[in-house]
Design a protein around this ligand. Structure first.
Ligand SMILES: [Zn+2]
Length: 542
């Protein structure tokens, strides 16, 4: 049997890649697209953590339990999701149990690392100062620790004015990841090899407005610098697929797509305006509320600083103790009067949770009827919400929890699922950053969309060209199918059998078997804090 190589391009979308392929800037990707390619539909919301969790488990978020960068608990606290929050067995654990040898590099949500049959280097959402992010622990030392120190995160955070530095930083990170991959590729003992590059996600958040490679901005200086990044990325793809060999099935995939970001929707501000979310009347809360009502908010301060050309202060304010200071000065979840609050938004790109009893410590919505009528009321009112600046409708679809999710973790899922229109995104707020429902982003110009990518090419597959979109949960069983490993029953994903030649399927019929259960452990609150700081500095959260 053959081997499987997956190259993950975080945030990869054909909206960016196709013009580059057509323009001859990505010949290696173009070569792979002579096989089969399609959009890969992400999870709802199309967020990095739930989407890679679905990729690595073949399950929907209602089953694996991860909805966002942060997950809720019953005490109105959010924290960063980690590998132990993935409540379904991941691909590499499963393959290890089947005695397949795996190499897993920089996949988000793989820290803390778990033992497996092979090697793993964790990725996005690893605490920035962690040293135990490899399996085995001394992997990098054993490899001679190339270039005197491996880095999981780039040094610079996007802000206007440092675009070129930001691009070269991402480019250096990409090269560093590729170098490690190439050292490990040389040893052909693996059956499954996966590496994720976060560069496209980072570049597209910051520089989306410069990525129109065939349009108005195509001769812009920064557009050219971005084009150069994708050329380098393509060269790396070429190096990796060459080293992986012709007997390897190659899959290029992304966790979610990308699109323009024009306006943030502050769902908590809307919930306050509509009376679903109530604030306490303690003196300190009233003072904060007064500041808030006249627009003196963390976002207000931030914008003021920008106006004063002190953008660099952002790093200090955002990354260090600024946040805890902010929660003392500005409205936070501590100021919410939970006993009078029926709904709130917490993480997950503006998704809404209903304050139910007994799920929450101060839950007040206690009957099925009141839950359903409240949910209906929220959905009806939010459906028509318009951006006051343009009159544009902001919400594409509103779905109830059970329309989107199913499985053992469904009670952790948001009650109202908000799918914004192109150009809008729910603000990732833990605190009340602004008293407005809509604000414009500062600096960044791109955000996640559902339109991910899938490219499949290899010895036993058919060349179907462009096909209808596939779903991200279908990748896991497809990889098992390619490796001749039985598929655990009860997955949400289905193997994409149409990709394989009929001879291959005759010799390797798709097999299913009863699944076994998974285990868990936890990370510390201190780690969570560090990751949250990192996410804020990346512009993911307020
Ligand atoms: Zn992502």
């Amino acid at each position: 049997l053959t081997r499987v190589l997956v190259i993950g391009l975080d945030g990869g979308t054909f909206d960016v890649l196709l013009p580059l392929v057509k323009g001859g800037d990505m010949p290696n990707l173009a070569g792979l697209m002579k096989g089969t390619w399609s959009e890969l539909t992400s999870t709802i919301p199309p967020f990095t953590a739930p989407a890679w969790a679905t990729f690595m488990t073949g399950q929907n978020p209602g089953e694996h339990g991860v909805t966002g960068l942060i997950v809720k608990d019953g005490r109105y606290r959010a924290r960063v999701a980690n590998s132990t929050d993935v409540r379904s067995k991941d691909l590499w654990t499963y393959l290890s149990e089947k005695s397949k040898r795996v190499v897993v590099l920089n996949v988000p949500l793989t820290y803390p690392v778990k033992p497996l049959n092979g090697v793993l280097v964790s990725g996005f959402l690893t605490p920035p100062d962690a040293h135990d992010y490899t399996y085995p622990r001394n992997l990098l030392e054993d490899l001679g620790n190339p270039q005197g120190g491996y880095k999981l995160y780039a040094d610079h955070v996007y802000e206007e004015g440092i675009e070129k530095l930001y691009i070269s930083d991402i480019s250096a990170m990409t090269r560093m990841r590729a170098d490690l991959a190439e050292r490990l590729l040389g040893d052909k003992s693996w059956d499954f090899f996966m590496i994720v590059f976060e560069g496209p996600d980072q570049l597209q958040h910051g520089l989306w407005r410069h990525l129109d490679f065939e349009g108005a901005s195509s001769d812009d200086d920064l557009t050219e610098a971005c084009r150069q990044y994708y050329r380098e990325l393509d060269k790396i793809v070429g190096e990796i697929i060459t080293m992986a060999g012709t007997d390897t099935l190659k899959i290029i995939a992304s966790d979610h797509g990308f699109g323009p970001l024009k306006r943030f929707i502050h769902v908590n501000s809307w919930l306050i305006q509509k009376g679903f979310l109530k604030l306490k009347s303690k003196p300190i809360t009233m003072l904060k509320r007064l500041l808030y009502s006249i627009g003196i908010t963390p976002l207000g301060i931030y914008n003021m600083l920008l106006k004063l050309h002190l953008a660099r202060v952002r790093a200090a304010v955002g990354r260090q103790q600024g946040r805890s200071l902010a929660s003392k000065l500005f409205l936070s979840l501590d100021d919410v009067d939970w006993a009078r609050t029926t709904a709130f938004s917490l993480g997950s790109m503006g998704q809404i949770f209903i304050n139910t009893k007994p799920e929450y410590s101060q839950g007040i919505v206690d009957s099925k009827d009141s839950y359903l009528s409240l949910r209906k009321s929220i959905m009806e009112q939010l459906a028509g919400v318009r951006d006051p600046e343009t009159g544009e409708e902001a919400v594409e679809r509103l779905l109830s929890r059970e329309d989107v999710y199913h499985g053992k973790m469904i009670k952790q899922m948001p009650d109202v699922v908000v799918v914004p229109k192109r150009g809008f995104v729910g603000f990732e707020e833990l605190e009340f950053a602004t008293n407005k429902v809509f604000t414009s982003p500062r600096g960044i110009s791109g955000t996640h969309r559902m339109n991910g990518i899938l490219v499949v090419d290899g010895p036993m597959t058919r060349a179907l060209g462009k096909t209808e979109p596939h779903r991200i949960e279908d990748v896991f069983p497809t990889i098992l199918c390619a490796l001749g490993v039985p598929i655990p029953k009860g997955l949400d994903g289905h193997p994409m059998t149409e990709l394989f030649e009929s001879e291959f399927l005759t010799e390797n019929p798709v097999r299913f078997e009863e699944p076994e259960s998974a285990t868990t452990a936890t990370t510390s609150e201190e780690d969570d804090k560090k990751i949250m700081e990192r996410l804020r500095s990346l512009g993911y959260v307020g």
